[in-house]
Design a protein around this ligand. Sequence first.
Ligand code: NAI
Ligand code: MG
Length: 464
Amino acid sequence: MKAHDGMYIGGQWRPARGPDTIAVVNPADEQVIAHVPAGTADDVDDAVRAARGALPGWAATPPAERAARIAALRDVLVARADEIAETVTAELGSPLQLSQTVHAGVPVLVAGSYAELAASYSFEEKAGNSTVLLEPVGVVGAITPWNYPLHQVVAKVAPALAAGCTVVLKPAEDTPLTAQLFAEAVDEAGLPAGVFNLVTGLGPVAGQALAAHEDVDLVSFTGSTAIGRQIGATAGGAVKRVALELGGKSANVILPSADLAKAVKVGIANVMSNSGQTCSAWTRMLVHKDQYDEAVALARAAVAKYVPGERIGPLVSAKQQQRVRGYIEKGIAEGARLVAGGPEAPLETGYYVSPTVFADVTPEMTIAQEEIFGPVVSLIKYEDEDDALRIANGTVYGLAGAVWAADEAEAVAFARRMDTGQVDINGGRFNPLAPFGGYKQSGVGRELGAHGLSEYLQTKSLQF
Ligand code: NAI
Ligand code: MG
């Protein structure tokens, strides 16, 4: 695969400061497909300097003009969609169709939404005898994970640019090629030099240097809870803004009045998509005791369609494959009943995990509490609605969820009682304008839509 051997800083590809590189591996066949530079603190410093230099000009650019540049960026993402999809498939392993529709498609919607928001957002408010100015926070350090290589980047960069901030991106080491493509798109879209900068590298080196850099005003991080905690502490110590999008253990609550077959089928699809590597995946399916056996049979039938190597891809890396297989073994050891799948790898080559369904899972089991981040669903039985609510809210997380009922109002009444940031009612469609983010330990702050834009703004009040 095509790869740049430098960093995108100050509007050009520049040689990295150090000699180290990262091998990019295709998880479907375990072959090394490219190398990218492993950035150091010096590269990060160069990038932050470029972003700082570009900040006054970009912050002062009229919002309509910022909107036009973001629209141009969206257009490049459209024009290069095939290349983006092929690159995501090569480094993440997702089936090409998923790469086309979701990995290449969703960022176009999100970039488009911020082109519109930048043009229509009110960057000035009145409050009594005050005028409140909504100004860019400054230089943003964005640290992104590999599970949605382009979406995670666009969900941070597009609102930051719309707000008038400048950005340094440190993408995940597993999926740097998509990030390099994004930098090319930024360049093609004609954004001023230094407004967006890319440093590839390892988390504990380049990521750490970016999060700790004293000239970064806001750190936006998506990834594991462990690293998020660390970044939050570092940012707190330096009194800088932070947004954290961490894990989830979302509940798919099927109320007795629901269309059970549809709810189970969509629920399984929700987890199997992207091989379960989705922070908002509904990994706990909550079913009423009287419908439980039927739901188990439906889940077994639904999961059989996800054939590894065809409809479902591998996990991103050997490390993630090991981790997920470890959770499946733990589920068996804790007494859950394996209905489909299991810990054995389904294919000899590639980091595949068998699509797995557990029944007889109790709410306190490890597989019902911790984020697995693989194609594993746990079916949990509930006695009545209050019991379902206790189980749904009974983890440290609160990122997403689903409720199914015959009557929409019944589902909404239940959703109001859930401690979580997003709930899909009877399989509601994805909305790029809906704020996304966590209650409890799923994170701090929101992404997407107007709420996602406001993360990158700070207020100044003028009194008259
Ligand atoms: P991770 O949290 O290590 O990686 C996410 C990003 O943080 C990457 O860009 C990485 O380079 C960077 N990073 C790592 N250490 C850092 C540090 N000390 N300072 C600054 N940046 C650092 O996640 P990993 O190891 O790839 O996945 C482990 C687990 O995390 C998954 O199994 C899953 O449970 C969770 N995860 C959650 C995601 C989400 O969307 N919320 C996305 C990816 C992983
Ligand atoms: Mg890889």
